[in-house]
Write a protein that binds this ligand. Structure first.
Ligand code: 5GP
Length: 181
């Protein structure tokens, strides 16, 4: 692997500290517990960006909980709202006997999750909800509202806590603004 130029300089400022994220994740876990009242759930992690959030969120939940992973790639031309979402790696369980929660890192235009929700609903889960760590509502091009959002942020590019820029920075323990200059 080549040395990475200006690695630290690209971290412009911390937007959400580890402590702020931890507190919000604990609160989200309690909310999820209250939704299901002891009934088992399946957490679906959309790779790769949600892996850190999923790991912490799953440990903040007390109801019986299974986890599954899915990887998707979306193709949208320009600003159109519909496109194609290809499943790169599918779930290893049949979800029709589960109360499913999709765990997402960030909702931006909303197009990817809109398609993923359609795909999973077609498999007839007992119920389906979406929990997202971050939301950029000002960027939305489709009418998509997550069931639970930990933080709404303005339109800037963020890295850390699972979110990358060219596959780097996912391991930062906080969320930062990326300096694209
Ligand atoms: P959408 O279909 O909602 O436009 O796309 C959501 C996906 O775009 C996210 O899952 C994420 O991969 C990527 N994305 C959108 N905004 C950001 C951002 O600020 N930082 C990073 N790292 N990825 C983003």
């Amino acid at each position: 692997m080549q040395p990475v130029e200006n690695y630290n300089k690209k971290i412009k400022r911390i937007v959400l500290s580890k402590e702020e994220i931890d507190a919000a994740v604990q609160k989200a876990g309690k909310t999820i517990d209250s939704w299901y009242d002891g009934r088992p759930i399946l957490l679906v992690c959309i790779l790769k960006g949600s892996f850190v959030f999923m790991s912490d969120l799953s440990r903040a939940i007390s109801v019986p909980c299974e986890i599954a992973f899915m990887s998707v790639k979306s193709y949208f031309a320009g600003t159109v709202s519909s496109g194609t979402v290809n499943i790169e790696m599918d779930l290893d369980v049949d979800i029709n006997k589960y109360n499913v929660i999709i765990v997402e890192d960030i909702v931006d235009t909303g197009r990817t999750l809109n398609e993923v929700v359609k795909l999973l609903k077609a498999r007839n889960p007992l119920s389906l909800k979406v929990v997202t760590l971050l939301d950029k509502p000002s960027r939305r091009v489709v009418d998509f509202v997550p069931d639970y959002t930990l933080f709404s942020i303005p339109d800037f590019f963020v890295i850390g806590y699972g979110l990358d820029c060219a596959e780097l920075y996912r391991n930062l323990p906080y969320i930062a603004e990326y300096d694209g200059e």
